[in-house]
Every structure is written in structure tokens, then in C-alpha cells.
Design a protein around this ligand. Sequence first.
Ligand SMILES: Cc1ncc(COP(=O)(O)O)c(C=O)c1O
Length: 477
Amino acid sequence: MTNQEFRQYAHELVDWMADYLQEVERYPVRPSVVPGDILGRLPLHPPAAGEPFAAIFVDFRNTIVPGMTHWQHPSFFGYFPANNSTPSILAEMLTATMGAQCMSWATSPAATELEERMMQWLGEMTGLPPQFTGVIQDTASTSTLCAILTAREHRTSYRVNAEGFPPGGRFAVYASTETHSSVERAVKIAGLGAASLRKLPVDERFAMVPEELESAITRDIAQGFDPLCAVATIGTTGSTAIDPLRRIGEICRRHGIWLHVDAAYAGTALLLPEQRWMIDGIELADSFVFNPHKWMFTNFDCSAYFVKDAGLLVRTFEILPEYLKTPERDGVHNYRDWGIQLGRRFRALKLWFVIRSFGVDGLREKIRNHLAFAQSFARNVAQEPDFELLAPVPLAAVCFRYHPVGTDDAATLDTMNSAILEELNRSGRMFITHTRLNGRFALRFVASQTSVTQQHVDAAWDLIRTMARLKATTGPA
Ligand SMILES: Cc1ncc(COP(=O)(O)O)c(C=O)c1O
């Protein structure tokens, strides 16, 4: 491709991108494809000769786009969002164009120093204590793994890194039953064994019960286990429950346990001073993660990982083969030593573009709107006799179900709501997902998409009500 052709295609692609964002609502949120549909349309073998870009772009539009779930559709209410925004997309174009590998200061001085400043900005924007230092990781899963590995090394005086596990060493890690599955995965990868994870019971608001943490630790100590780390969640994946951080932190402090805080989704809400109650006690934590790639309009991937003592993190991951030695070792950040991967993308640029384009006030306004949309949706649910809320709504996720008066059989309600979910998503007009709370199948509606408006939320509620009534009269499909 000549530079002239690149210029021409880039212009064409930008036109397509702008049209896509403007017209994304014309697509069904979830495509009507079945497994294998797309695979069947892709050649079995790679082309021997290069193909014209025009042909590749036609296939993208005809084969790939119709097979995508459209996460940027304003009626995408599933999971937690993976929001992008136009400034973020523009930054990614530049990142891809420069193609820099940001493993150390020397390989990308501006990227390194921009990352350092962006993490300071994010710390200030979310109200973290100033002693926390940040680094961008790919995902919250990786950030949590870094936390558990650092806790392990710190506890064993870096001996597991050096010699492997000592014979008979039995660690314990604490989290609630509502904790994200990435914690269990991290415990497994860290070599602690899934059995070392204590999944503590939650209260009626689905938050960790500090007394349960205290007694589990006491029990473990009595049985010869070494309590290593606790993970508190601010905004659980199921229902956005908020674990009581201060009380958990006090217990961890008393027992010398590493406290990691997972605020993957909810961290963005900390931009609002009125939401900072959620991290009361954060000064007792050792590490904290939140994902701008979920709610903060910064496209995937971008996870902000903060630690109180960066020295412990670096000591856990530092490695220095000859070819990575550069004169600028002291006084600069070499982020390759702040996590697992060596090679790193230039992710700070999109944060810079997003924060400067929206401004902190602009970001706050959007987040406040999302919280208000969720409250309006929850009010609708609460006021409708045939529906019920299944969890409190502290953020922008609403867990609820259809529960027609007189139908109380648990299995029938589960089947009915599961059928409603499938019918809604099959319609292509909106997309929601589900969770299970106290054993009940719950519909889960998250109003945090970049371009969602009150009209989308109201339209979704109308559709849900209509579908539910229809299902109640026609029965499961
Ligand atoms: C509370 C919580 N923690 C961690 C994660 C994992 O995030 P990531 O995909 O960035 O690893 C999620 C994902 O939804 C989450 O809800």
C-alpha cells in the first residue's frame, strides 16, 4: 500500500467510523448469528498473494460487522459497559500509527511520562490518598493478579520468586461470595491453589460481612494457615454491592494482611465527590484497581492500578537482562517492571485525550446522568406490581425480575425470566444480561453506556414490560 493509498483508505475508514457511531442504533444490538456462521464465511487458508484493501474492507462490512454485538449501541445494557468515545478513538488511531512499544522510559520517554502524569490525574480525580502511585495495566484481572503476587512476595521476603514455595506453606486469601471470578483465577495463577480462597458470606445487601472475615482469619491462624491477602470489592459484578472498606481495612491491618480493592466498574463513580463514601477507609488499602475501559469512556484496554508502595511492586516483577539495560535507570519509571508483560501499548494517550476533551466536569455530568437513569429505571420497577427489585441500586446497575402476582414457584420464575431475557436480546432492540442473587435468576440492567439517554432507558423499560406480559400469556418458548 502506498502512502497515497493509505491516505485515501484512512479517509474512507474515518467516514465509515463517523457513520457507524452516528447510525449504530440501526444495527441489532446482538446479531442474529449462530456459532459457526462467521467461521463458515472465512477462507480456510490464508491468501498467498496480497489482496486489494477495497476487497478487505468490503468483507469487513459484509462479514464482520453483521456478526458483531454492538457494545457502543446506546441500548446496550448488558454486563458492565466497555465504553469508548470519539476522543479515545482518535487517540487510538495515533497510538496505532506511532506503534511505539512502551516497555521502558528509553523506548518511549513521552509515553512513560504521560502515563505517570495520567495516573496522578486519575488518583486526584478519584480522591485516592496522595501516597498511591498508579500504572496502566491491560485489565483488572491482571491488576488483581499483580496485587496477589506482590502480597505473596512481600509476605515471603521474595523467597517464592527466588526458590519456589517453601514446603508446608499454606496461605489463605479472603473475598466474598460476590467477588469477581478474576480473584479466584489470580489465586490459582499465583500458585496458592483455589482451595486457599475463602469465599465469605455476604449480608442482605450482598456486601462482605467484616465479622465473617475476622472469624475466618482467626480460624485459619488456629489451623496453621498464613492469612495473606483480602480483596474488597467496590461495586460487585452481580449487583454493584459495596464492601465496607474501613472495617475490612482495620481487620487487615490488625492481622498484617494485604488489602486489595477491586473497583473495576465503580471506580469511575469516584469522580463524583458525593460517591466517595464508597472508599471511606481507602488509606488502609495496599492496592486499588479501576477500569477507565469500563465506564470512563476510554476504549478497551485501560485498567488503572494503584499501589501504596511502588517499591514492593517493582521488586516483585523486576528483571534486567542485558539488552534492557539503559543509562536512564534511576529517576525514571520503567513500567515493564510494574507488571507482568514486558511489551506495553501506549495507553496513556487515550486517557489524556478523554480527560482533556470531556474535562472532569464533563465526565462528572455524564456519570451523574447514568446514576439518575438507573434510579428512574429502578423506580419504574418498584412501582410495577408484577416486577420486583432484587438488590439495592447504589450505582447504575439494576437487578430485578418479573414476578407476576400469584406466581411464586421459584423454578417457574427463573424459567420465565430467563425466557424474557432471551426474547429481549433476540429482538435486537436492546441487550441485557443476568445474574443470580440469593439463588434467584435476576435480570440485570446497566445504564452506563456512553451515548445512552433517558429515552433509551424508558424505551427499554416499555419493551421489557411488553415482553414480560407476552411471555406470561404465551409461556416459555
Ligand atoms: C468487579 C470486577 N472486577 C474485575 C473484573 C474483570 O475486569 P477485566 O475484564 O478488566 O479483567 C470485572 C469485570 O466485569 C468486574 O466486574
